[in-house]
Design a binder for this molecule. Structure first.
Ligand code: KIV
Length: 272
């Protein structure tokens, strides 16, 4: 039995490395559900991240720590059903890979098997090296995440810019090289000085995707709800808002409420 060939060309981990070689920037956004994923994919975004930021924007938690592996799998499976072209990367949530490499592999396998995701993302460098290797050895592509790592928020105590000082910057450079050597296909660098991020991007062959890491890296990622202006209480300097969805949606909900209350909705054409 043959499977019908689709017209579009799927983005793979190799596509991203080739894009870096050609100097073509990579676009990445988050999605946590089918409808959003379909729009993001249709718009030609290269990578969709099913981020554990779902814990914040979908579930309303203060941090990314509470979201569970089962919940991430639910979000990722919903996203996969809406995607035809983008590479879908799924965060392994806090508590599902830090304790030992076997647990890390079990979590990564569950994500791949139960959601159909294309790759996983983990936060950290040297500390999680063995877990990264174990996952990669099973044939699962891994994206790293360095700089501000929200799963360690209670260790750092703040969401301010990371690696401003030499010691931390040196560790970050070592970790980035270690992740590349281990076999990661890309690394997210979050909230670090632009000069440092550019240096890391230039020194590695795998793509560096920045968020609050300046323009000298190989691609950019934003949380979709933030760039759409749905979350208006979050205002970091790096965030560019492309819409004010908070205001747009509020106006639509108010207009609907007024129409319902005055009996204007539904009208004659809107009923059977
Ligand atoms: O969970 C997430 O959305 C992320 C991005 C901020 C990179 O990790």
């Amino acid at each position: 039995m043959s499977v019908a060939k689709k017209e579009y060309k799927r983005i793979t981990t190799k596509t991203l490395v080739d894009m870096k070689k050609r100097g073509e920037k990579i676009s990445m956004l988050t999605a946590y559900d089918y409808t959003m994923a379909k729009i993001v994919d249709g718009a030609g975004i290269d990578v969709i991240l099913v981020g554990d930021s779902a814990s914040n924007v979908m579930a309303g938690h203060e941090t990314t720590l509470p979201i569970t592996l089962d919940q991430m799998i639910y979000h990722a499976a919903s996203v996969i059903r809406g995607v035809e072209r983008s590479l879908v990367v799924v965060d392994i949530p806090f508590g599902s890979y830090q304790s030992d490499p076997k647990e890390a592999l079990r979590s990564a396998i569950r994500i791949m098997k139960e959601s159909g995701g294309h790759a996983v993302k983990v936060e950290g460098g040297k500390e999680i090296k063995e877990s990264v290797k174990r996952i990669l050895n099973a044939g699962i592509p891994v994206m790293g995440h360095l700089g501000l790592t929200p799963q360690s928020i209670y260790k750092f105590g703040t969401y301010t810019v990371r690696a401003k000082h030499e010691e931390e910057a040196d560790k970050l450079k070592e970790d980035a090289l270690l992740l590349e050597k281990a076999g990661c296909f890309a690394i997210v660098l979050e909230k670090v000085p632009a000069k440092l991020a550019e240096e890391v991007a230039k020194s590695l062959t795998i793509p560096i995707i920045g968020i609050g890491a300046g323009g000298g890296v190989d691609g950019q990622v934003l949380v979709t709800h933030d760039m759409l202006g749905m979350t208006h209480e979050f205002n970091p300097r790096f965030l560019r808002r492309y819409l004010d969805m908070y205001a747009e949606m509020t106006n639509a909900f108010k207009a609907y409420s007024i129409d319902v209350k005055k009996g204007d909705f539904p009208n004659d054409d809107e009923q059977y």
